[in-house]
Write a protein that binds this ligand. Structure first.
Ligand code: 4AD
Ligand code: MG
Length: 482
């Protein structure tokens, strides 16, 4: 937690001295630092920079609330009316210097008694799309990707997203994983689903001709998953992970699909059990969520209170309870017995659709459910054959989450050369994947891993209905703003 800091300048870690425009030396603090500061005796020459969130003038004083993105809470500025100007409005950017004091009001601990207010950038409130004290629905806010970080909700989202990123890195670091930067541009289609964006230079390079095969000499794509590159590293490291952007040209306008999203992927060598992989998935989910709840309680509370009532209880239940495990075959039996009629088929061998995933989760009491051992034909070539019948099931797992459906996908990987070879032969991919077969030729080890959609994870913990509201700049069919 943040320890209140005594404002003796000597203990400010970085060099605090900057000159404000009227010449006296001052200490620039973020709003967050100011709010946490220990100001029993008042701290002089403090400077705050941010955007005005509210303006209120009374008979003799002017009250401003200023936010700089460092916390959900604003800093109250109290100024004499002579500092008032029409340029100070909702949305304008300001630099305020003065004395940081204990606030006489119970509403806040500290406030800044302004000695000087400088307006850096005016904001015409008539034209500014966000209005003071108005609640703007997410569909409206989404139209302004260049301005929406100035709203409370999106600002909280971005802080949670940033903390979640750190917490995920921390999880892997403290569990002994090596972070690998897998490439964004690749010549393989890991998932084999053909949802690729092709990459090409916008112009011919050097003496390159059309028949040269483009910039790379071979077709190249934006990655759909870093898994195969992680598997390469699994040949030399026992635990690796990657966390970066992935791309899928899916023709989906759904609330849980994006064309560009972030994926957290891990690969673990020397494991022969899907349960080991599931345990890591469960730990990642629970440890990360617990860390975020303790790192940004105010931001999380905003979502619990205003975006998704009941979410706090749901999240606490998910953290407290052990996730449920069922086989694909059991899942289908449950679906077949369901009183609900589904749009999509529930025959053994059919893929689980969102409606099925949501039903299964509800059936199990709204807790996360691992579905394991999927039909052989439903999963990509790398999934390990369970050998429970001729090409019947593979050791693959999906984690289904209340309200979202699939959050993680993972599997044991086929490490046996002859089995992998014959599967690739059948798919006509043997030439393409010679390098992948090499991994099984030279010191092959049983291994497995998973991928978690980062935006779906944020939707899940925050209770946000639409995936477009948990990523700074959403990309989806017919939309690539900015
Ligand atoms: O289930 P998927 O396709 O699994 C893989 O790509 C594996 N190669 C991962 C691995 O084992 N290393 O994708 C993993 C997760 C999904 O469960 C889902 O949460 C998310 O990525 N995801 C998407 N999120 C947003 N938009 C999309 N279009 C997504 N497609 C998948
Ligand atoms: Mg999947």
């Amino acid at each position: 937690m943040y320890a209140p800091r005594k404002l003796a300048f000597s203990i400010l870690g970085r060099c605090p001295w900057r000159h404000c425009h009227h010449g006296s030396a001052s200490t620039a603090l973020s709003v967050r630092e100011a709010l946490k500061a220990n100001v029993e005796e008042g701290a002089k020459n403090i400077k705050i920079q941010g955007w005005v969130r509210s303006v209120r003038s009374q008979k003799e004083v002017l009250f401003l609330h200023v936010n700089d993105g460092s916390s959900l809470e604003n800093l109250q500025i109290v100024a004499e009316l002579e500092l008032k100007s029409s340029a100070i409005s909702f949305g304008s950017s300001v630099e305020v210097s003065g004395v940081l004091v204990k606030s006489p009001s119970k509403k806040q601990n500290v406030e800044l008694k302004a000695e000087d207010i400088r307006v850096l950038g005016e904001c015409d409130t008539k034209d500014f799309p966000f209005k003071i004290k108005e609640h703007h629905p997410p569909e409206y806010v989404r139209q302004y990707p260049h301005l929406r970080c100035r709203t409370n909700t999106f600002s909280s989202l971005l802080r949670v997203r940033s903390e979640a990123t750190s917490a995920i890195h921390q999880f892997f670091k403290s569990n002994g994983y090596v972070h690998i930067h897998t490439p964004v541009i690749t010549s393989n289609d890991c998932e084999g689903a053909g949802e690729l964006f092709q990459v090409e230079a916008s112009h011919r390079v050097g003496t390159q001709k059309e028949e040269d095969g483009g910039f790379f000499g071979v077709p190249a794509f934006l990655t759909v998953s870093g898994q195969l590159h992680l598997e390469v590293m699994s040949g030399g490291f026992n635990k690796v992970f990657t966390f970066g952007p992935t791309f899928r040209a899916e023709n989906s306008q759904s609330r849980r699909h994006l064309a560009e999203f972030y994926m957290v992927e891990a690969e673990v060598s020397f494991t022969e059990s899907l349960e080991d992989i599931m345990q890591i998935m469960e730990n990642l989910f629970k440890d990360t969520t617990t860390a975020i709840l303790s790192k940004c309680p105010e931001d999380m509370n905003l979502f619990f209170k205003f975006v998704s009532p009941g979410q706090q209880g749901r999240l606490e239940r998910m953290i407290k309870n052990t996730f449920i495990v069922m086989s694909y075959t059991e899942a289908l039996e449950i679906l077949k017995k369901a009183a609900t009629s589904f749009q999509y088929k529930t025959e053994w061998g059919c893929d689980l659709q969102t409606e099925h995933e949501k039903y299964l989760v509800r059936h199990c009491g709204d807790v996360p459910v691992f579905v394991i051992n999927y039909p052989y034909d439903l999963k990509p070539f790398y999934a390990r054959d369970n050998e429970d019948g001729p090409q019947r099931t593979v050791a693959a797992v999906d984690l289904l989450i209340p309200g979202i459906g699939e959050l993680f996908g993972g599997s044991l990987r086929e490490e046996r050369l002859h089995i992998l070879q014959s599967r690739l032969d059948t798919l006509g991919l043997t030439d393409t994947y010679q390098w992948y077969l090499d991994l099984r030729r030279f010191g092959s080890v049983p291994h497995g891993g998973f991928g978690m959609g980062f935006e779906r994870y944020l939707q899940c913990i925050l209770g946000v209905d639409n995936i477009k509201d948990v990523i700074p700049f959403p990309r989806f069919p017919y939309s690539c703003l900015l």
